[in-house]
Design a binder for this molecule. Structure first.
Ligand code: SF4
Length: 464
């Protein structure tokens, strides 16, 4: 895989054929298949199954939903509270949930991966961060070499936060930045000067965080290709992040009504929006970054860039990772898990979550137990996204089926994409072309058995 991009095939006509709603495939089956029929009893069964493999690595995601103010582009599950206070009862609920999980899983099972996301995890003050960290690691100690990461908002994070987090054992930090253009920042109500972000990146490095990730967003009002290229160049020059996620702004006002505020501005769509990403991808790859897939870039020498060459890249709810884990538990309101063959989703509403835990129950709202067919399709989608290829012999060996026959419909649906130069369909497997890496969601969609039913209403953001 070269680091230079071949964009010669990418045209407005090609884009128009593939710019449609589609899942991001952080899970398969995807969220619309999660059902309330999967409740606490089902979750407890899965946890009991997971407890039987106590020696396997465990990954934990902790959702901290609070933010001081709402950014209009936000698609996360957040609770806006300019005044501190609601985090204390929430921390108590997290403590109770952790205790319930520790009882259900093997005692003191080690974590290979711990991730705090939000919301804004550093909405908690340093002492609260320390208390939560202790509540977690006293029950689930960190394994040697564990990835311990959190998302921070530079606007509310202090140097004391960074020092405390590093001392506790956090070794990775991810900062949202979106776009450096002040007009764009004003338009999305998130004003964050470069100097502030740079100070925190430098301090994180000085403290010994091994990886700094920067999140950018394209498709916001007032963004232009040249303006966004300027942002990307400044990010590379001033921050030199180890990893970058350059997300497509997902405009889903039917789920996030506050996003309607952005419709008054000029929201780039179609080719104009795609050019924003293309320009960013050109800048990153010209600077030596590796295009991992979807929207991720890794600096040469970063473990993710190395894993690309060795086909060791994985993907979970948090994005691309080099750390596979057999189970991933989600803690907190709306947190999603993947435990012993089932996806689980906690209560969406803060009050229901806290009430559920206070009543002594696991706060599960929905989930889905994967069938053997789901596991097969999930593995195929995972291969396409992470390995950018699918080896039919591997499918035969792993699942005992002939993929050519089993996926005859999907492979037929890929023919037009092969004709467009996005994928190569060979006798022994399929390979994503450099142009196809921009359309991974589209390439996975033919393998999604649920998509036809889900397509009836507005469900997913657009693929491009
Ligand atoms: S800080 Fe992050 S999570 Fe909070 S509202 Fe803004 S984008 Fe959403």
């Amino acid at each position: 895989m070269t680091s230079r991009l071949d964009v010669s095939l990418l045209t407005p006509e090609l884009l128009a054929r593939y710019d449609r709603p589609g899942p991001r495939y952080t899970s398969y089956p995807t969220a619309p298949q999660f059902s309330a029929a999967f409740g606490e009893a089902s979750y407890r069964e899965r946890l009991a199954a997971a407890a039987r493999r106590a020696d396997q690595p465990l990954s934990m995601y902790v959702h901290l939903p609070f933010c001081e103010a709402r950014c209009t582009f936000c698609g996360c599950n957040v609770v806006i509270s300019p005044r501190r206070g609601p985090e204390e009862p929430y921390l108590a609920a997290l403590d109770s949930e952790l205790e319930l999980l520790a009882e259900a899983l093997a005692p003191r099972r080690r974590l290979s991966q711990l991730h705090w996301g939000g919301g804004t995890p550093t909405y908690l003050d340093p002492a609260q961060c320390e208390r939560l960290f202790e509540a977690i690691t006293s029950r689930f100690p960190l394994a040697d070499g564990a990835e311990v990461a959190l998302e921070i908002d530079p606007c509310v994070t202090t140097m004391e936060h960074l020092a405390t987090l590093r001392r506790l054992g956090f070794n990775r930090v991810s900062m949202g930045l979106q776009d450096l253009d002040p007009a764009v920042q004003e338009a999305v109500r998130r004003v964050q000067p470069l100097g502030l972000t740079r100070e925190q990146v430098m301090e994180a490095r000085r403290l010994g965080f091994v990886s700094v990730n920067i999140d950018l967003i394209y498709g916001l009002p007032l963004q232009t290709e040249s303006g966004f290229r300027t942002t990307v160049r400044a990010v590379i020059r001033e921050l030199a992040p180890d990893r970058v996620a350059c997300f497509s702004y997902a405009h889903v006002p039917w789920i996030k009504p506050h996003q309607r505020a952005l419709e008054t501005g000029a929201l780039p769509t179609g080719w104009e929006k795609f050019r924003l990403f293309l320009g960013a991808a050109e800048e990153f790859t010209a600077a030596g970054y590796r295009f991992v897939g979807f929207d991720h870039f890794a600096r040469p020498g970063d473990e993710l860039a190395l894993a690309l060459d060795e086909d060791r890249v994985h993907r979970n709810f948090m994005g691309y990772t080099v750390m596979p884990a057999s189970d991933q538990v989600g803690i907190g309101v709306t947190a999603i898990g993947d435990v012993a063959g089932a996806y689980t989703a906690n209560q969406k509403k803060l009050a229901s979550y806290q009430r559920g835990v206070a009543a002594g129950g696991l706060p599960i709202e929905r989930g889905v137990l994967r069938s053997s067919e789901d596991e097969l399709r999930r593995a195929v989608i995972h291969r396409i996204i992470c390995s950018l290829a699918l080896d039919y012999q591997w499918v035969e060996r792993s699942f005992g089926i002939d993929p050519r026959a089993h996926f005859a419909d999907a492979l037929a649906a890929l023919q037009p994409m092969a004709a467009d130069g996005l994928v190569e369909l060979e006798a022994d497997g399929l390979r994503v072309t450099p142009a196809g890496r921009f359309f991974l969601r589209n390439l996975c969609m033919p393998f999604d058995a649920y998509l036809a039913a889900a397509a009836a209403g507005p469900t997913y953001s657009r693929t491009v």
